[in-house]
Design a protein around this ligand. Structure first.
Ligand code: GLV
Ligand code: MN
Ligand code: MN
Length: 408
């Protein structure tokens, strides 16, 4: 039997592993991540799975099928969070998957395939600025150059892994081979308002929007805020402000395009000093790759133009890029059927947010099930779901698992 109350309690329990008292922040390879991962490994074992911490810091569990060593249906999501996060983004998917295996194990039910559940150690990319680290490793597309990426305190990922008790040279061992994974299915909160607006607890995802992320540095000349006349300034922050508005304007030019400047730092950062250097990030997403690429090119050229006009030096670095990931039609059809069998109207919708499935798409076909969240709010402590919707999501996921079959 599925136990929705336990799903909610476990989301609450994981939220207790936070570096932020009274809120939730849990980044890759932190002591709080270790505590959450250990707790998850315990729940996996309790559900009848073999479970271990893998070499990139994922919680990895396996429930054998009718005979040992069969290829698996992989389920999962992430255990890391953004800063000041909600408690369902990522965690709900892992906890719900474990609940499904718990229910199968209670009935001593084995399937003609194994089930693997991965609680990915990093999806959000908060600590090292590079996302999907756990799922990239599993998909065999982990870029070893990211081991040299540094966190804001200057610690390299390689050293953080060692301090976590992991051996970076073993990361390639985490990679699954094509054929070992029959498909990947991820349950996740919607993080948007569509399901709520339509009165539906769940939805079937069609595709995950692609993203590009830039880091921009503008350099002008720092100076005295009282003495330098306005026409003789080279103010990097005033230039950055123009760039932020330019990015917003470009994104507003197409209904399916979004662009966000989520982080900005001005140096030296004093009330009476003209900012000499500014760094900011730009995150651009779209459901079609050419649309996103075109927007990124337009934003770059606007930043260059603003810099030229204001006599600023400008550096633009492409931090990350991931193309649109389409969910497999045969898996969407099976998820639709599970939704309908559980008595819900089938609603398909795209994902504006990124997910671990993007990386898994490199080795297997993927699909996703969205669960309604209140007000469509996510990446915020206000993120919330009802126990009834958690129950609906877990029921559909379990139904999908039990009816899962490869296409003829
Ligand atoms: C992940 O949550 C993302 O889409 O940024
Ligand atoms: Mn997120
Ligand atoms: Mn997420």
């Amino acid at each position: 039997m599925l136990d929705p109350a336990r799903i909610m309690q476990r989301c609450d329990a994981l939220a207790g592993h936070s570096e932020l008292p009274g809120g939730l922040t849990r980044v890759f390879l932190s002591p709080q991540a270790r505590a959450a991962t250990d707790e998850m490994l315990g729940w996996m074992r309790e559900a009848g799975m073999q479970a271990k911490l893998d070499a990139i810091g994922n919680a990895a569990g396996r429930y054998e099928g009718e005979s040992p060593g069969l290829p698996c249906l992989m389920l999962g999501s992430h255990l890391d969070t953004v800063r000041d996060a909600g408690r369902y983004d990522g965690m709900l998917g892992v906890i719900s998957a474990v609940e499904c295996v718990h229910a199968l194990n209670a009935r001593k039910k084995r399937l003609p395939f194994a089930i693997e559940i991965i609680g990915f150690g990093d999806e959000e990319g908060v600590r090292f600025g590079t996302t999907l680290l756990g799922s990239r490793a599993v998909a065999g597309i982990f870029d070893a150059r990211s081991l040299e990426a540094k966190d804001p305190a200057g610690k390299a990922m390689r050293d953080a892994l060692s301090e976590f008790g992991l051996e970076p040279k073993r990361i390639p061992e985490v990679a699954r081979k094509k054929g070992q994974v029959l498909a990947y299915a991820e349950l996740h909160i919607e993080q948007g308002p569509v399901l709520e607006a339509e009165g539906l607890p769940v939805g079937v995802v069609t595709a995950i929007n692609g993203f590009s992320r830039l880091r921009v540095t503008l350099r002008g000349v720092a100076g005295h805020a009282g003495t330098v006349p306005m026409n003789l300034r080279r103010d990097a922050l005033a230039g950055a402000a123009e760039c932020v508005l330019a990015a917003e304007k470009i994104a507003k030019g197409h209904p399916e395009l979004v662009a966000t400047v989520g982080r900005i730092e001005a140096k030296p950062g004093a009330i009476n000093v003209i900012p000499g250097e500014v760094g900011f990030t730009v995150d651009v997403r779209a459901p079609q790759d050419p649309l996103r690429k075109h927007a990124v090119a337009a934003i770059r050229s606007q930043i260059e133009q603003v810099s030229k006009d204001r006599k600023l030096e400008c550096e633009i670095e492409l931090l990350q890029e991931f193309g649109v990931t389409t969910c497999a039609p045969w898996l969407m059809a099976q998820m639709d059927q599970a939704v309908a069998r559980q008595g819900f109207r089938v609603r398909r919708l795209p994902s504006g947010a990124g997910h671990d499935g993007m990386a898994l798409g490199a080795i297997t076909d993927i699909c996703m099930l969205f669960v309604r969240c209140k007000g469509g709010i996510s990446h915020s402590p206000l993120e919330s779901i009802t126990e009834a919707d958690a129950a609906a999501g877990a029921r559909v996921l379990l139904d999908f698992i039990e009816h899962f079959q490869l296409p003829a």
